[in-house]
Structures are given as C-alpha cells and as structure tokens.
Design a protein around this ligand. Structure first.
Ligand SMILES: Cc1ncc(COP(=O)(O)O)c(C=O)c1O
Length: 386
C-alpha cells in the first residue's frame, strides 16, 4: 500500500547490506516489532523472551497469543533450561508440543544492569554464537532486534552478526530500526525470501499501514550508500564507524576514571552512568545544560525508581574536543552532586584509552568530518552548546 520504487530500492539495499535474501521496511521501528510478530507465531507456539527486551517486543509478543516464557538477560544457560522445559512439558493443560518456539532477543541492551567490575568486552553484547548454537540444537527460531547495533557495531557496521562473524542465515528474523545509526525513521525485517514474502502478505503493518515516506527512504538509502562506500569519499563509512568506536571507548574510559559507575560494554556507543537517586537526576540535567552540555537522563518508569542514570549517546559527529569538554562538565558536576559511587579501580583497558590513543586511531583519516548524521547510535545525541 503506497509502495514506490524507492522502497524496493531500499529493501534490496538492506538485504544486500545484511547478507540476507530479502528485506521489508516499515515506517516505524516500534511497530515493526509490535505488529509483525503476530504474523510469525500464534496460539500453540511458544516465545522465549529475554527479560530486558524492549517494550515493542513485549507488546508484539503479547499480541501473538503465544505462550510467553522469560529467560534471564543474555543468559544462554537459563535460555537452554527454558527451551528444554518448553519442549518437555509442551502446552499448558493439553501438553501438546508447541508448534514453533521463537527466541526473541534484543541485540544490545546497553543499559542492562551489570555488576560493577565484571566489566569486559562480552559484558553486554549478546552471546550470539551460543544462542545460535542453542536454537539449532533445539530446532527453535531466532528473532533478533539490532536496533542498537546496526550501523554501529562490527567491522562494516552490519551489527552484531558482523561483530561475531556469524552467518546471517543462522538468524531467522533479523530486525532493526533506522532511527538510530541511519538518522531516519522506521524499521526493517530481513531474512529468507520465504519469510519476507510471508510478512509482506500477512503482517497488519504491511497491509493496513501506509508505507514509509519517500524522503525518509531516500535519507536512509543515502546513509547506507555512505556506509557501503558508494557515496561520498570511498572511506567515509569506515571513517565514521572508526570515529564512533573511538568516541565510545574514549568517553567511557574517561567516565570510569572519574569514579562513575558506567554500564554497558566497552564498544557500546550508548554510555549510561548511574545517578541512582531520583532527586539528583533533574539537578544533573539542568546544571549540565547551564554548563553548555545537553545530556539525556533516564529515570522511573523507564528504569526502576532507584536506578536513574544519565545516558550519553555518542555520534560519529562528536569530536574528541567535544568529548573532553563534556567530561570537564561531568567532572565538575559529579563532584558537586556526589554521584561518584564507584569503589573499584577503573577497568584495566581504560588506561590505554588516552587522547593520544584516540588521535592515533583517527590519524589515517585526515579530512574533517562532514556533518551528516550517519553513525550515531541512539535516539538522543549528547549535544554540546557553543
Ligand atoms: C531495542 C529497540 N527496539 C525497537 C525500538 C523502537 O524503534 P523506534 O524508536 O525506531 O520506533 C527501540 C527504540 O528505542 C529499541 O531500543
């Protein structure tokens, strides 16, 4: 309904980028999850859902009418236990086997609570190879939400599948959004032609919803062409990915060194640090703004009431100077508001992430960064005032 050539072009480009047979795009990321899952599973099926899945996945799962079982965040052992339980006991009352078992996982949950100090590369990047092995062993299907990793993680920005060097065909349903790295709006579902054809013909969103506005599709195609090195200078996509990765590691290291409790894994461009006390959240945000730093703070109901935090969303358009200036403000305010809660030494890797390290990483790219918003990684980008 309302499909134009540009939608077909975008779908082909996404399939090519992701290494899948086909892809379909939708005008809203949230609705891509919420309205398409019912086309894939229904009554008599079982959904195994990560406990920290995004609310679009929670709503989408509930709309399917399938039995929903929750497994511990990013925990393959618990997932396996729940898979076995689903297979052994089957459906409630009748005990008939489930028709299908679908594992639903968000690729990255950058503010997933983690015990401070058990900080490592693997910290909050989903354990994809293990989850793929489980889904194969138990003949389940895998639905992966790459909202936070597509265009931001992996050597060529193809998300967590790229990061681990997995085969995209091992993920039955690859989902992602265009709101973050692509600076656009909407979402996609990619996978086999059979899957995409089925979604196209039976999803409420595809049948009853209007298509993505053409200018948005054009914007995403441009961002994609830059990432693929087909628009702009040949290494522009690579440069943006490198800048994003350097920004994330440099900023994260500096915050750790201030004594803040920082969540998420080392490479995540979404950098949350804990404020905890609800009363300090607004004070931190307002004082930051007064110092020229616009910073996103998150509290209840998006987090448990005593787990308020600041969420810095780094972009490839941030320079190292901007990061240094932000850290100066955070340094001053975190002291003033007494939010340096960490009692541990900063992780070892932070020692090497100096300004000199960051500059060396970027040395091969000498041109100034064009202002296009391609490789940021979240809805909010921390902005620095003049
Ligand atoms: C994991 C995840 N999935 C889906 C969405 C929904 O995407 P959109 O904001 O593009 O509607 C979000 C949004 O933040 C998200 O974080």
């Amino acid at each position: 309904v309302g499909s134009l050539n540009i939608h077909t072009q975008l779908e082909r480009a996404m399939a090519e980028y992701l290494g899948t047979e086909d892809a379909i795009v939708f005008p809203m990321g949230f609705a891509t999850n919420a309205l398409n899952m019912a086309a894939l599973v229904g009554k008599g099926c079982c959904i195994l859902s990560d406990e920290l899945n995004h609310s679009s996945l929670v709503l989408g799962s509930r709309l399917t009418g399938a039995t929903i079982k929750i497994f511990k965040h990013n925990n393959p052992a618990d997932l396996e236990a729940k898979l076995r339980e689903a297979i052994v006991y089957g459906q409630a009352r009748t005990r008939r086997p489930f028709t299908k078992i679908l594992i639903v996982h968000v690729m990255r949950q950058p503010d997933a609570p983690q015990v401070e100090g058990v900080y490592s590369m693997e910290g909050s990047i989903v354990r994809l190879p293990e989850i793929i092995a489980l889904k194969k062993r138990y003949q389940a299907y895998l639905y992966l939400d790459e909202a936070h990793s597509i265009g931001a993680l992996g050597a060529s920005g193809r998300g967590v599948v790229d990061y681990y060097g997995c085969d995209p065909r091992d993920v039955d349903v690859l989902m992602g959004t265009f709101t973050k790295s692509f600076g656009g709006a909407g979402g996609y579902i990619a996978g086999s032609s059979r899957l995409v054809q089925h979604v196209r013909q039976s999803s409420h969103s595809a049948i009853y919803g209007a298509s993505m506005p053409a200018p948005v599709a054009a914007q995403i195609l441009t961002a994609l062409s830059i990432l693929l090195g087909r628009a702009g200078p040949p290494d522009e996509g690579k440069r943006r990915l490198r800048q994003l990765s350097v920004n994330a590691q440099y900023m994260r290291a500096r915050l750790h060194q201030l004594g803040l409790i920082v969540y998420g894994d080392r490479d995540s461009p979404v950098v949350p640090f804990m404020i905890f006390m609800p009363g300090k959240v607004a004070a931190f945000a307002r004082l930051s703004l007064a110092h020229g730093l616009g910073i996103v703070v998150v509290g209840y109901p998006a987090t448990p009431i005593i787990e308020a935090r600041a969420r810095i969303c780094l972009s490839a358009a941030h320079s190292l100077d901007m990061i240094d200036r932000s850290v100066q403000v955070i340094d001053k305010l975190s002291r003033l508001l007494r939010i340096r809660y960490s009692r541990r030494q900063p992780p070892d890797w932070t020692r090497d992430r100096t300004r000199a390290w960051a500059e060396a990483q970027l040395a091969e790219f000498s041109r100034p960064l064009a202002p296009t918003h391609v490789a940021s990684s979240a809805n909010g980008v921390a902005l620095i005032g003049a």
